[in-house]
Ligand binder design. Sequence first.
Ligand code: NAD
Length: 263
Amino acid sequence: MTMQLSLKDKTALITGAASGIGKEIAETYARAGAKVAIADLNLEAAKATAEAINQAGGKAMGVAMNVADEAQVNAGCAEVAKAFGPVDILVSNAGIQIVNPIESFAFADWKKLLAIHLDGAFLTTKAVLPGMYAKKNGVVIYMGSVHSHEASKLKSAYVTAKHGLLGLARVLAKEGGPKGVRSHVICPGFVRTPLVEKQIPEQAKELGISEDEVIKNVMLKDTVDGEFTTTADIANLALFLAAFPSAALTGQSIVASHGWCMN
Ligand code: NAD
């Protein structure tokens, strides 16, 4: 079967899609023909992103959702299914970053970060799976990171959460395989989104180096060409994985990082 990168008539739910990587995935999926639900903590920004997609001729809606809150996840997913039909593609992307050495990492911050990344992935998956199983068709993509495979100083909770997503994706690939559901983890290198812009001065302060040095000697040090990965790179990969026509490709973690990580 020749592969076509079309998502015509599919319903896609993307969490954390009011900004950064998720936003670009939503725009890319809409251009490929999907009806896209932009679920975010920030409803105003989610609605603005949806409105821009609709203006450009796509079909999108903004949905209020704290991915760490079971009731909000279930209500949001039900709202999307009612408006656009059952979810065919879930991109569990919402995430935050908190940097601190372990000895001064607040327990509350540890729990908050794990809840958004791991509870969020679990709860959204659980909410959309019955619909996917009923259709015997679906794809779940988790937004991992090079930090699903590598460690960096100051990022204990983030590295732990991103490694954890590999486990969830692999279990889902096994449980979902016989029921037509595939799963993947996308593992980006550094992408200049608000999440990363915030870290540059924080890391400079924590490590006692300049912001330029953080970019060159910390973030991009091990890339093959000193380049940032872009939101478009990740959105193209997310489109490829969502459109892939068979279960030959499932349970994978795919790294896009300018060669920083070659797992
Ligand atoms: P971003 O800050 O631009 O966007 C994150 C979005 O998630 C925001 O719109 C925010 O409102 C939303 N969000 C935060 N908490 C939420 C919650 N509890 N419920 C619902 N929405 C919530 O960040 P980004 O860089 O686009 O990151 C997106 C994902 O990509 C994250 O999972 C991040 O860990 C991952 N990632 C980013 C990079 C990078 O370099 N930017 C690299 C690897 C992985």
